[in-house]
Design a protein around this ligand. Sequence first.
Ligand SMILES: [Fe+2]
Ligand SMILES: [Fe+2]
Length: 163
Amino acid sequence: MQTEMDRVDRIIYNDEYRRLMETVRNKETDRIFCRHGLEHCLDVARIAYIMNIEQGYAIDREIIYAAALLHDVGRADSEDTGRKHHELSVEYAGRILEQCGFSTQENAQICDAIGSHNTDGAEREGLAYVLYKADKLSRNCFDCEASDQCYWLESARNTGIKY
Ligand SMILES: [Fe+2]
Ligand SMILES: [Fe+2]
């Protein structure tokens, strides 16, 4: 069985997406903590997709990957604008998803999950839940050189591998 991923490929080649991700990459060059580039986004996508199967949500793979690829794009401008990155990500994602062929309904579902990924995602279900959870589980705290300076609570850190 092959799942259609054309629209996800449109995101990774989208001009605005590439510009935003390049800005994030450049801003984080000297960052000692976890970064938010394509590698992080794909870790989140793949973990979220595994969780989606395990939980029996049956969310379309394109929807999960689109949400994961776009969830942190707001970091490109959050410092300069003083706005929260998940809120900015929702705005940018909405525009990019429209350009990449996602329907109004899909756009709303993805943006809703992105808007929750840093806030109430733990208490949600479906896409919002797997995005929130995968975002946290994607971090290799057990192998982190900056752990003594990280703001994550000890109890929230990943001490082993789940996915
Ligand atoms: Fe984030
Ligand atoms: Fe993230």
